[in-house]
Design a protein. Sequence first.
Length: 317
Amino acid sequence: MKKSLAYIARLVVTIGLLVVLVKHINVKEVLAIVKNVNSGWFIVALGVGVGGLVVNAMRWREILKASKVEIPIMTVLRCNLVGVFYGIILPGGKVTGDTISAYRLIKDTGGKDDIKKYIISIVADRFVGVFAILSVIFSFFIINHPSTLLFKEQKDIVGIGLALLIVGGLSLMFVTRIAMVELKIKKNSLQWVNNIITKINLVFVLVGREKSKIFRAIIFGVTGVLAATISVFMLANALGIQQTFGVIGFSYLLATALIIVPITIAGIGLREGGMIYFLTQLGVNTTEAAALSILVLVVFFGFAILGGLIEMKRIIL
């Protein structure tokens, strides 16, 4: 019941955000830009995007290997795509999609005796994915990229905050028992923070005995984020948007970071609104920014449909 209500709430927020976005853009002009997409750039962007999906599957596979579970890369990729599909159509969103990904992986590989390892691996995989996104965003602050001026006087504070999150993430993944977990937070309002940190650390205690595999998972995670960012930049080129990789990439990464918090279905609406806002703040006109966000959404739905077709084939056969 609670999951259904949460899904309905996210659905309402998603629809509300999309309605607001439509009201603030010229739909005819946006569609005109999208219709004139350069097919060559679009195909290349799709190829890089698919490559990113493969790398993300390799990330999860490395974490599974750290748990002594060996699975073919294509099996992991198929389960990831199925998870994207179910994350859209079922209550629970990404959590449901991830759970079904693990379930399908267990069914495909006959790993019923290792259910705990599969569940732990997907939690670790998502944590590494978030860590990779924040790390790539932080790289813009390290090189002092002009796009970071988007935060104006708050730039240094945001950069320091990201640095602390990254250091904390590394500690959770590579330190077997960190002092923070042992802290007894007396204030009830902060007890949940201690609980979350403890659980995440426990996950990496269980899968992190082979540090080299966790390190490789992080490398694959960062590579996957970069591939997705390059794909979006190529989509921008396909639309004829004349902007630098830094502007397009930074805007996309910030919008992706926004949807870490699941307040809409699969991040739909929030990601598009975020991209439009960040792009326009960095000099892209609203119409072009909206066209790019729509094209990114179309590609996302394409991958979700592919996951649905894989699932349909599984059911029929």
